[in-house]
Design a protein around this ligand. Structure first.
Ligand SMILES: C[S@@+](CC[C@H](N)C(=O)[O-])C[C@H]1O[C@@H](n2cnc3c(N)ncnc32)[C@H](O)[C@@H]1O
Length: 325
């Protein structure tokens, strides 16, 4: 009944709200793409932060550190996102849970619209399991991820965040503007494409004898196969047995843009901050020989893997995987 009332209120309200929602979308786009470009930082990392902020505000995943960081960064806009999402928030309040967006779909039914909500949940689940046996946590291509500032800050893990210089500096500077404690995190500037990043990690205090969980979320799609293999090799050669890499891979048709609405504009938008898509995998339903071959050829083992979208018309468009060292 609440759902029916919600939809009856939502449709006319959303229709009347369209001009404000468009203004909200424009403000959000301008901040994410053009302000990020001016600052020389990742726009895609802001897109994920926006998604996690939305999850918090709609009650899907509490993340106070994300909200604090979002509120101070110059390339986010609370006004923009509220204008874009307010009718959906009203619908959520009436129904008692989010409807249409943001939602978490059952495994296999995920669509691009719930990329962040679904992916974040799978990562959290694999990480929770893996971190029980780890002494170190390395967030690779950390962007504006705030996992190191939540409950992980209190559980005695040694924490590292790796990213390119400008994105990392912006995050550090603005974390300082909030009251979030950062002294327990070792920040390491890296470029997976051009540097021996593992040497830098060791110089920052990483201990190769300690079991480690590596998180590499939303990064492989921006790299080449050569750089991905180089990174997998570094982990295999330097991390102790029993360590885990938690990462995601995207379908070839996804990185070519064939699965993305407004393909041309979307791919051009990514080039504005030099984040063109690169590496993709062939999936076959809830399976991938391509993925198994990649992981096994680097002498690693594929663990729990969530194939997202395998029951939909488009088929699998990404996978979140546990990789065992
Ligand atoms: C989509 S964002 C994901 C951020 C974060 N992992 C998350 O899930 O919130 C991609 C991140 O990868 C980083 N990245 C991309 N290519 C990189 C490279 N070659 N070396 C280091 N970081 C890179 C970007 O700077 C950006 O922060």
């Amino acid at each position: 009944m609440r759902r029916i009332i919600g939809i009856i209120v939502f449709i006319p309200f959303q229709t009347l709200f369209i001009p404000l929602a468009v203004i909200g979308a424009v403000i959000t786009y301008y901040k994410q793409v053009h302000v990020s470009k001016k600052l020389g930082v990742s726009q895609t990392a802001i897109e994920i932060l926006n998604g996690r902020w939305t999850m918090d505000r709609f009650g899907l995943r509490k993340d106070p550190a994300t909200v604090k960081l979002f509120n101070v960064l110059p390339n986010t806009s609370g006004l923009g996102l509220w204008l874009a999402l307010f009718p959906l928030y009203v619908l959520k309040q009436i129904v008692g849970k989010p409807v249409l967006y943001p939602i978490v779909k059952k495994n296999g039914n995920e669509t691009l619209a719930n990329l962040v909500t679904s992916r974040t949940g799978y990562f959290d689940e694999i990480l929770d399991k893996s971190l029980k046996n780890s002494e170190q946590f390395v967030v690779m291509g950390a962007g504006f991820d705030t996992r190191c500032y939540g409950r992980m800050a209190k559980n005695g893990l040694t924490l590292f965040e790796l990213d390119k210089k400008h994105t990392q500096n912006l995050k550090k500077n603005f974390l300082h503007k909030t009251n979030i404690e950062t002294s327990h995190v070792h920040f390491v500037e890296v470029d997976f494409a051009t540097q021996r990043w593992y040497d830098k990690l060791i110089n920052a205090g990483y201990d190769g004898n300690k079991k480690t969980t590596f998180l590499w979320e939303g990064v492989t799609l921006y790299l080449s196969e050569k750089d991905i293999r180089k990174t997998l090799k570094e982990i295999k050669n330097n991390a102790t047995s029993g360590s885990t890499l938690v990462t995601d891979f995207y379908a070839k048709q996804f990185v070519n843009g064939d699965m993305i609405p407004g393909k041309k504009i979307s791919l051009e938008q990514l080039k504005i901050t030099n984040e063109a898509l690169g590496f993709g995998i062939e999936f076959e339903g809830n399976n991938s020989k391509d993925l198994e071959d990649l992981i096994e050829s680097e002498d690693l083992k594929l663990g729990k893997t969530y194939y997202m979208g395998y029951k939909t018309k488009k088929g699998t468009w990404m996978a979140v995987s546990e990789i065992l060292v």
